[in-house]
Design a protein around this ligand. Structure first.
Ligand code: ATP
Ligand code: MG
Length: 443
């Protein structure tokens, strides 16, 4: 809190920058200046900037590009736009884009300070209160549970080293998101992140896809082609579904990881590899190794830092945070108000088993935001499989007969009274079901 507010002023006119600097510094702010957008970007990257003041018109990139960049990469940084043309469409667009405040040129020192102070008030307030709708910045991955904390710690560790990483977790848990977080928080962030789906490459093309080929390397190789390792030079390769890599691919990967060298198809020139490997799988690689379908030597090469992503139902209240995150995201995209959920609907979300994990939750929320036109969203708006789980909930002080009766009526309701289907689900024959119904007075 005692830290001074840091302002970055960006303008292609040195004299405007000087005016800004003088006025703001004399009011206690720490001021940095940049004449070009590129310079601004590197300052943003290296300093904790609280507020960016930018001109609209600049050579190379416009103030608008800069604003977008700040919005996307520094969500806590405030933005103020200065423009000599308040009526130009770009300025309006900028405000819609979340530019925050804008100040028309020419301005007096007093006008400048009024706007800046308004922004600073907002900043300070947010620092004191904490922001309820911007959760702690965990690489853009939503979650506060202790289980996810472990994941965040591992991402932090993996980002600060150059070691190979193996990410495991069920389908839809966010493995790719984790892989991107590792890359974009590492020193390799300015070089490419190159996803490779290990199941999708036929063995015949494998070598050329991974390492590239020279012109005329084989029939049909009319042009030279860069391989994944070349494209990812300086960056990271994301080997997705590594558990499904063919034996041939496993062998090729092992060789390139061990030797850190490769040749393009059709050439004997040796290239050095400068790429970090981030691999992911929904399979249990250790078991595959034990069964003999995954090479143990390759496993140890990639499993230097391992990150296990928990399934959604292991994350406790994260489900609530995720619901609210996705509701907000899709409501905004649809340009409608964020809908709420009845308690009952919320309970159903909590008790459902989420076999498709976060992806399933995200898809469901999206569908609800698109389809449901009333507020709040009710339990009857949810898919039947979710309602069913909830209705079989009950206290623990009930007799077996009571629970059985309720369960049978739920199954009948779900099958719309189809007794054959209900008996199937209950694992009893139709005759037994009929007898039970009679005894319970449900016929
Ligand atoms: N913690 C999270 N916060 C926000 N969004 C998430 C989170 N986890 C996953 N998602 C979203 O869920 C979807 C699935 O994530 P992702 O593709 O990373 O999963 P995956 O584990 O790679 O799945 P699969 O095994 O099926 O390939 C994506 O749209 C992703 O943005
Ligand atoms: Mg994936």
């Amino acid at each position: 809190m005692s830290e001074r507010i840091r302002i970055l002023a960006v303008d292609d006119s040195q004299s405007t920058l000087e005016v800004l600097k003088r006025n703001l510094e004399s009011n206690g702010y720490e001021v940095f200046t940049a004449l070009r957008v590129a310079e601004a970007l590197s300052l943003l990257d290296s300093l904790d900037i609280d507020l960016v003041i930018t001109d609209y018109r600049m050579p190379q990139a416009t103030g608008l590009d800069l604003i977008r960049h700040v919005r996307d990469n520094y969500p806590d940084t405030e933005i103020m736009m200065i423009t000599g043309y308040p009526s130009i469409p770009g300025a309006v667009e900028a405000i819609k884009d979340g530019a925050g405040e804008y100040l028309p040129k020419p301005f007096t020192a007093e006008e400048l300070l009024t706007v800046v102070e308004r922004i600073v008030q907002r900043l300070l307030q947010r620092r004191v209160l904490g922001s309820p709708d911007t959760p702690p910045d965990n690489f853009g991955i939503i979650g506060n549970s202790p289980e996810m904390d472990l994941v965040f710690q591992r991402i932090g560790k993996a980002s600060s080293t150059d070691a190979n990483v193996l990410i495991s977790g069920d389908s839809g848990t966010g493995k790719e998101l984790v892989a991107r977080a590792v890359h974009y928080n590492s020193d390799r962030r300015s070089a490419p992140f190159v996803p490779v789906n290990c199941t999708a490459i036929p063995d015949s093309l494998l070598e050329s896809e991974l390492f590239g080929h020279v012109k005329g390397a084989f029939t049909g190789a009319k042009d030279a082609r860069a391989g994944f390792f070349e494209i990812a030079a300086g960056g990271s390769i994301f080997l997705d579904e590594i558990g499904d890599a063919s034996p041939n691919m496993q062998a090729k990967l092992l060789r390139v990881i061990q030797s850190k060298e490769y040749c393009k198809v059709g050439s004997s020139h040796v290239h050095t590899v400068d790429t970090r490997i981030i691999a992911a799988t929904h399979k249990d690689l250790k078991r595959l190794v034990a069964e003999g379908s995954f090479r143990e030597d390759l496993f140890y090469r990639i499993n230097v830092v391992d990150i296990a992503v928990p399934s959604l139902n292991e994350r406790g209240d994260d489900i609530l945070v995720l619901i609210s995150h996705f509701m907000g995201k899709f409501a905004e995209a649809m340009n409608r108000a964020v809908p709420s959920l009845t308690d009952e609907a919320l309970q159903a979300f909590r008790h459902y088993s989420w076999p498709g994990n976060v992806r399933e939750l995200e898809n469901l929320v999206q569908r609800l935001v698109v389809i449901v036109d009333h507020d709040p969203i009710e339990i009857t708006d949810l898919p039947e499989s979710m309602r069913f789980i909830l209705s079989s909930e009950g206290g623990v002080d009930r007799s077996l007969a009571d629970v059985e009766k309720e369960h049978i009526s739920n199954v009948l309701a779900m099958t719309r009274n189809n007794k054959t289907r209900a008996a199937e689900i209950l694992g009893i024959n139709r005759k037994t079901l009929r007898e039970k119904l009679k005894r319970m007075g449900l016929e």
